[in-house]
Design a protein. Sequence first.
Length: 605
Amino acid sequence: MNNRTVIRRLLIAFAAVALLLIFLTVGLGYGTYWLSKRDQPTSEEIENLRQFEHEPERVVGFHEVREWPESTGRFFQEAPLLRAQVEEKKLPPVEERLPENPLVIVPPEQIGPYGGNWNQFSIGPADLGVMASLSYETLIRWDPLLQDFRPNLASDWEVDREARNFTFFLREGVRWSDGEPFTADDILFWYEQVLLNRELTPILSNIFVRGGEIMEVEKIDRFTIRFSFQEPHGLFLQWIANPLLEEAVKFPRHYFRRFHPDFIDPQHLENEARRLGFSAWYQLFHDKAEWWNREKPALQAWILERPPPARQITFVRNPYYWKIDSEGNQLPYIDRLTFEIVSAETMTLRFLQGDAGMQFRHVDPLRYPLFMENRKNGNYRVLEWISSSGSGVLMPNLNHRDPFLKNLMNDRRFRIALSHAIDRKEINETRYLGMGKPMQLGPTFTTPFFRDEYVDTYVSFDPEKANRLLDEIGLEKRDRRGIRLRPDGKPLELTIETFDEAIDRGTLQLVADGWRSVGIETHVTEYARPLYYERMPARLHDIAVGTNSSLHTPLLDHMYFVPYGLGARHALEYAAWFMSDGERGEEPPDEMKRAMEIYFKIERT
């Protein structure tokens, strides 16, 4: 039995145990952003990115990744914009800018053409961190359906039998956007000068620690790097392919050594930091590492040209980008990206006018009919996108400071009652235009871990059963309004706390109506995002909201199955206990500990 089979079986056991906890959340998941009215699709339909019944446009396929055959020779083409700079002697020829073995991307639709501007819209400068989602580069990358890995900055890799040592062979000749070579020294700089520096990295992610020891990173030669762990790390390849681990290849040594005390006189560096308005050198370093620093060399397809506070933020093609298409054309095809900062209302109007080259953020699914109706006038397409996001999840606070509410939230019968009191069918019809599929939180159908019982449990609207469970708990007494009474005689009240853009407000009002109908007075309170997150550690919230996580990769983002990390707003004390090996927080129930034991076993497999 191979490792993949073992991990799959462990994950199924892990999810099954977690299911005993009623997922610790009351799911309102809708599977994908825009779902058809049909049942779960077949594997063949997934493979072809199935179309909705109401979507007549053709399907867009997937790109492929290949290596450039040596026998083909080094005959490459480039964008006219760059060719002009070569003729003016401002750039070396394209053959000198590309690596020995450029990565080949076979486009899903067509070859080229070169040129043009890709315009997008944003609600503010902070929103533009999403550039990492558009053109992130890591050592290896996931395939389009997150099923396997593909070469990227590393052309190949090896893992020993015990999954302790991971060796990556870098693509020789890749250059940063300023023309300097990308080598193992850049990764070593990240490890030694950034990751191990406690001023720059005060809290070390568990990803880099096994057996109580921080991983070691060793330079084998100029283009070979090895990551080593004290214990097996069964998920390291999954993590290294994740955009969150792009940091390993985001610190060009030749640039950042100018801002690090290991290479510059510390006092001079501190003086320079204060001159620029920072209180310490590491704040200056972090600022230089941010996306808005246009001087920072990069490996991405587009590099920053006009940073904030420009109203139209601009990125231009990277002349040293190291990928080509199947005919030898240097990528990317598009010359320029622009981001216009506008209000949400203005954004929708601009969508309808066809002013976006392609947009995936802030496209309101509730306006789907409007977008479909105006396709011809706006000259745009509306395409389905496989996503793990849905309408969101509700997260009862299992570590509530109110002793009564804490005991109530930890009673699985109460959570089951809450779930059965939600009329998901009504929510689907009135808020999601009938395009959703009522479901509980669970791995999506695109993963090998999907099971119908995970997503179908307790999703039926059954107020009679909800009332019976609430009576059984001991909440049978009610006041004149029909609101159930706590043992202290106070009415049972819950507040759903949300923040802007987390979950559709109308959806939450319908949830509140359902809970009120079974005798629980329910309110919906919306906070600004910073205040919302500040309130969570106090554990005074009743019901928090979540945005469905990345359940295409449940092994990496497992906080909804077992609380781990600051995002586990349903059980922050349990999360602290797991993260500190029992030194902090509150000891979780046995079922939850069993699920975590299985997860740790997956990590070691």
